[in-house]
Ligand binder design. Structure first.
Ligand SMILES: [Zn+2]
Length: 210
């Protein structure tokens, strides 16, 4: 299986696809957010990065790339990169030590993404997340499948904040996606309501590479 660099706008289902790739195909998941969090504060690098994140300062491309490179060296088997490279410069650095990959962008319209985001509800007791607009909806309206509690809406996004987040993401990744398009490495798929359909498209791309 080829390595994957996976892109997807907010609510495109990128996180779910990463989970499926890990579970079913044995991919190793590398996310820069997780890499930053996992660093040990007893190391100089760990302290440097955690201090910067706490102050809201972006981590520079070279440092981020080095962390990715180190993690790659620890892992065996195909990997799915999630959240990296986020800039054109990062993509060029990555090409210095990473190869044999396909780039997959999961597209979703702003309208659908907004609806999904606002449709997110969770169980106040067990924390399980549902979505009333997708195949992740509870079996009974507004009731947790696991504990029978009434589900509550998640208030971390409203329509305005979502639209800003969504469009900022698109503007940020445009140059990276164009870079991969120019290298003929980019595949574009749609985010379906059913995660199985979305996954089937990813699998088709992987099978076509064998
Ligand atoms: Zn529950």
């Amino acid at each position: 299986m080829k390595n994957i660099i996976l892109y997807g706008a907010p609510a495109a289902g990128k996180g779910t696809m990463c989970e499926i790739l890990v579970e079913r195909l044995g991919y190793k998941h590398i996310s820069t957010g997780e890499l930053f969090r996992s660093l040990d504060d007893s190391t100089e690098l760990g302290r440097f990065i955690h201090e910067r994140i706490a102050k809201g300062i972006l981590i520079d491309d070279e440092t981020t790339a080095t962390l990715v490179k180190n993690r790659l060296a620890e892992l065996e088997g195909p990997v799915v990169l999630d959240g990296f490279p986020r800039t054109l410069n990062q993509a060029k650095i990555l090409d210095g030590f990473f190869s044999d990959y396909v780039v997959i962008n999961i597209e979703v319209s702003e309208e659908v993404a907004l609806k999904r985001t606002l449709g997110r509800v969770n169980c106040p007791k067990c924390g399980r997340i549902y979505n009333i607009y997708t195949d992740m909806k509870p079996k009974q309206d507004n009731i947790c499948d696991d504990c029978g509690c009434e589900l509550k809406g998640r208030s971390d996004d409203n329509e305005e904040s979502f639209k800003v987040r969504f469009n900022t993401y698109l503007a940020n990744v445009e140059s990276v996606l164009n870079y991969y398009k120019g290298k003929n490495s980019l595949y574009i798929i749609q985010s379906y309501e059913s995660k199985e359909e979305t996954y089937a498209d990813i699998k088709k791309i992987l099978d076509s590479q064998e």
